[in-house]
Design a protein around this ligand. Structure first.
Ligand code: ARG
Length: 246
């Protein structure tokens, strides 16, 4: 061979190869987002995303390492190689997709509203909240925040670093509503029946997907084929039942 002159243009670096070399898949998420990623009493991460990440790592023959990261900084953290993939219930949005690549969606959700109990009956949809007198809590950097800005622009928006802080404000009646992904809100409302009410019909369409750095076709190809396999062979359904139907 005559070397460099005829060498193919160098391929984009593959996260997949780096993971196999390292023997560790580093997964970025933001714990506290039930039932996808939570910290249990023993301090261990559990949830739908956690189990999926373990399955992926097992199939790759590597260990898994979780990197807990604040949501509003999670894309910059991926882009600066703090971990290999975001498996944290990230909604595929056109804006995020300008900065990262997404695998095929692994679940579809939407935003719903949890109201402080007194408002049950008078507020029936997001449109009813479109008034400066209503205070709406969201988690910083989420599609819940984007939904309020776009669809409920007149309401008073309050941003919180963690979903737990936002949640408490509604339970205490200091804010009127909390807007977040349906699965989270369903658990939130069922655990606080005396204090809040869930308007459980989603008002946005949100496919959730794993995010990786751009230009990495090898990793994307592996992930999409893996997702098709587990959706077809029953293992995805078993996991779904464990976290969403029990
Ligand atoms: N799906 C929403 C979004 O993409 C919320 C996800 C929050 N995830 C988390 N791990 N805290 O903005």
């Amino acid at each position: 061979a005559c070397g460099m002159a005829n060498a193919a243009p160098s391929a984009a670096p593959s996260t997949l190869d780096a993971v196999l070399d390292r023997g560790v898949l580093r997964v970025g998420f933001d714990a506290g987002y039930q039932p996808f990623e939570m910290t249990n009493k023993q301090g261990k991460y559990i949830g739908f995303d956690v189990d999926l990440a373990k399955m992926v790592a097992k199939e790759m023959g590597v260990k898994v390492e979780f990197v807990n990261t604040a949501w509003d900084g999670i894309i910059p953290a991926l882009l600066t190689d703090k971990f290999d993939v975001i498996m944290g219930g990230m909604t595929v949005t056109p804006q995020r997709n300008l900065r990262v690549n997404f695998a095929d969606p692994y679940i579809v959700v939407g935003q719903t509203i949890v109201l402080r109990k007194d408002l049950a009956g008078s507020i029936k949809s997001y449109q009813d909240l479109n008034d400066p007198k209503f205070k709406i809590a969201v988690k910083l950097g989420t599609t819940g925040e984007q939904a309020v800005k776009r669809m409920i622009p007149k309401a008073t928006l309050l941003q919180y670093e963690t979903q737990d802080d936002a949640k408490l404000e509604v339970i205490n009646g200091k804010v009127d509503a909390f807007i977040y992904d349906l699965p989270y809100n369903a658990i939130f409302a069922s655990e606080n029946k005396g204090a809040v009410v869930h308007l459980a019909t989603p008002f946005t369409f949100e496919p959730l997907a794993w995010a990786i750095r751009k230009g990495d076709q090898d990793t994307l190809n592996w992930m999409n084929n893996y997702l098709r396999q587990i959706k077809g062979d029953g293992s995805y359904d078993r996991l779904y039942q464990k976290w969403f139907e029990s």
